[in-house]
Design a binder for this molecule. Structure first.
Ligand code: AMP
Length: 285
């Protein structure tokens, strides 16, 4: 497995792979791997001849006062896990490679980023789309794999690649959960023991929302109220948002007719967790 730290070397490696007729699959990450990340890599193995991943904690997607410095990192462990999955190359650049002095170009997707995390984390998606556009130009993948856990991110990346005519396929993969239902996240390690039970209120509220939907409830406000009440019944929780949105536009909807997602962001202690459920899909809880 190759470890590549320079942009030029990565571009040359990818170009040689392409020239020899290989299909490149690519999984961008911020590292500190859990089974969610590994599921994307396993899919990447199936979808291409060569699997490249990136590990880069991207400063431009963190707002002031967010956890950039404290974001968990463990390259040694990530490297071992990647090797076990059969990753062909890890792109692992330093900040100076990605944002050299004089850097001044950003990619901004409009509509779909105007709600949810786009409201509570101003500038976040601008950082995400900028780094992904750069990584796509560096790794030159034919297919890239993202998790549905970050649902709005997946929609935004699909919008960007379509709008900018990027010649690659974007694949979304289901959320991988702990046995108790908690969506896996690198940030879960920061949950205190006593907060863990409260963290389960996110996935359980999605289960409640699914149950209401399956009983033919179509009023978004009613489903949101129930989910809200449920989460608020747990200590240490502080709801950032609970919304039901159209899965294409990410705009709020009042009545569930077209495909819709219930998305939530909740602070449990100091840890901000997100989760979501697309109505009509299965929910393995
Ligand atoms: P991150 O390292 O948190 O930026 O995530 C890298 C990729 O892994 C993104 O496409 C995420 O959506 C995906 N991901 C994170 N958590 C999960 C999970 N629990 N299940 C599936 N994919 C995930």
């Amino acid at each position: 497995m190759k470890i590549v730290k320079s942009v030029k070397e990565m571009q040359e490696f990818s170009e040689s792979l392409r020239n020899s007729g290989n299909r490149i699959s690519f999984v961008p990450t911020m590292g500190y791997f859990h089974r969610g990340h590994l599921s994307l890599m396993e899919e990447g193995k199936k979808l291409g001849d060569c699997l490249v991943i990136s590990i880069y904690v991207n400063p431009t997607q963190f707002g002031p006062g967010e956890d950039l410095e404290k974001y968990p990192r463990n390259f040694k462990k990530d490297r071992k896990l990647s090797e076990d999955v059969g990753v062909d190359a890890i792109f692992y650049p330093p900040d100076s490679e990605m944002y050299p002095e004089q850097y001044q170009t950003f990619v901004d997707v409009e509509g779909v980023t105007n709600n949810l995390c786009g409201l509570s984390r101003p500038g976040h998606f601008r950082g995400v789309t900028t780094i992904c556009a750069k990584l796509f130009n560096i790794v030159k993948p034919h297919v890239t794999i993202f998790g549905k856990k970050d649902f709005q991110q997946l929609v935004t990346i699909k919008r960007m690649t379509a709008d900018l005519n990027m010649d690659l396929e974007v694949v979304g993969m289901p959320t991988v959960r702990e046995a108790d239902g908690l969506a896996m996240s690198s940030r879960n390690i920061y949950l205190k023991e006593e907060e863990r039970e409260s963290a389960l209120s996110l996935s359980r509220s999605l289960k409640l929302a699914k149950k209401l939907y399956d009983k033919k409830e179509r009023n978004a406000g009613k489903i949101i109220d129930e989910a809200k009440k449920f989460i608020e019944g747990h200590p240490y929780t502080n709801i950032d948002y609970i919304k039901i949105c159209d899965t294409t536009t990410m705009e709020d909807i009042e009545h569930l007719e077209r495909e819709a997602v219930i998305a939530l962001a909740v602070r449990v202690g100091v840890v901000r967790l997100i989760d979501n459920y697309v109505f009509g899909e299965s929910l393995s809880l």
